[in-house]
Write a protein that binds this ligand. Structure first.
Ligand SMILES: [Zn+2]
Length: 361
């Protein structure tokens, strides 16, 4: 390897995989190696992260104990506040919150894993596997999923410095300190959820989601309780509009969701491809080319799935109501007014929106 201290990652041309230099996998021939300074550069060049050394998820962030893993969480993180958000509907079918503990079923390849997530101490989140202990690469993927789910990578201090001086946000910092953007990492799930929620209230949206998940999602029983995965695109891709209509989806929403599933299943619509080159604006445009995805839906998916810091769903009724409340306005602000108020939020628009949503609970 070149004697350059800045080279931290090694790509293997023949496999398209990149590793840390200390990866336990077999060392590639020198002519097949390509070097990168950052994991992001390797990803941009089209390399995939190795599943033995996890170059995109450094060991300092998580630890492996076999039947469980843990995350070393950042100092500004309030798991309870995130749980409160996740527990906002008793109808939620894709996770369960009970006694400060979160249960989540995931699937990695062939293997369903049921996670039990709860704090171990102030800077450690424990993730136990209630299904038989998965192999190490899956344990790492589960840890990484939870890391992304609670957006643990982001440093919130710049957000709070800005928010404390902002007329709309200043009263939200202390009550929600440590709340992190709760994401929906899966593109199909995030986009479906946004489409389901169009033009109906949250309660009915959750009722539809529950029917959808219980009808088409994979089920796993643990201690006499059913846990569900969000339906897989290939299952939804072969449903008919009539089938979804029986669950009380409108004909249009049924069409949108089936088309979306078909696009994801065929690989023409893919999160990694959309986020290639880290161009969130073009990802937004691509989303809006889907049938059933307008400005609001694209902003919602940008916010919850892509963690687009500048996502701002100005047409969102919850956002409008929350701003009205924070500013003591007599009428809801218009889209233009919201854009004006949000201008100083810059790259914290997604966080501001998420905090404002939470302020309505
Ligand atoms: Zn490796």
């Amino acid at each position: 390897m070149p004697g350059n201290a800045e080279i931290n990652f090694v790509g293997v041309k023949t496999t398209g995989i990149y590793c840390r230099p200390d990866c336990p996998a077999r060392t590639p021939l020198p002519q097949n190696r390509v070097y990168f300074k950052t994991a992001r550069q390797a990803e941009r060049a089209g390399y995939r992260a190795c599943r033995r050394c996890f170059p995109d998820f450094p060991p300092g962030k998580w630890g492996d104990q076999g039947s469980s893993v843990f995350l070393r969480t950042p100092p500004v993180f309030d798991f309870t506040a995130c749980l409160k958000y996740l527990a906002r509907s008793p109808q939620e079918p894709c996770h369960r919150v009970a006694q400060e503990t979160l249960y989540k079923l995931l699937r990695f390849g062939q293997e369903p894993v049921l996670l039990q997530i709860r704090p171990e101490d102030s800077n450690c989140l424990g993730i136990a596997f209630l299904t038989p202990r998965p192999k190490k690469s899956i344990r790492a993927l589960a840890a990484k999923y939870v890391w992304d789910w609670f957006d643990l990578e982001t440093d919130l201090q710049p957000f709070y410095r800005m928010a404390r001086k902002d007329a709309v946000l200043k009263n939200l910092v202390d009550p929600y300190y440590g709340l992190r953007l709760v994401t929906i990492p899966d593109l199909f799930e995030a986009t479906c959820w946004a489409i389901i929620g169009q033009q109906i209230n949250l309660k009915f949206a959750y009722a539809l989601k529950k029917r959808f998940v219980e009808s088409f999602g994979e089920k796993f029983n643990f201690n006499a309780r059913a846990f569900y995965l969000f339906p897989a695109p290939d299952v939804i891709a072969r449903q008919s509009v009539a089938t979804l209509r029986r669950l009380q989806f409108t004909a249009q929403k049924s069409e949108y969701i089936i088309e979306l599933a078909q696009k994801i299943q065929s690989g023409t619509f893919d999160k990694k491809a959309l986020l290639k080159n880290n161009n969130l604006k073009s990802a937004q445009r691509e989303l809006m080319r889907l049938r059933g995805v307008g400005k609001w839906t694209a902003a919602y998916v940008g916010l919850r799935c892509f963690k687009d810091p500048a996502a701002l769903p100005v047409d969102d009724i919850g956002l409008q109501n929350a701003i009205k409340q924070q500013l003591g306005m007599t009428t809801k602000p218009t889209g233009k007014e919201i854009e004006g108020l949000a201008a100083p939020w810059k790259n914290w628009k997604a966080y501001a929106t998420f905090y404002l949503w939470n302020s309505l609970a």
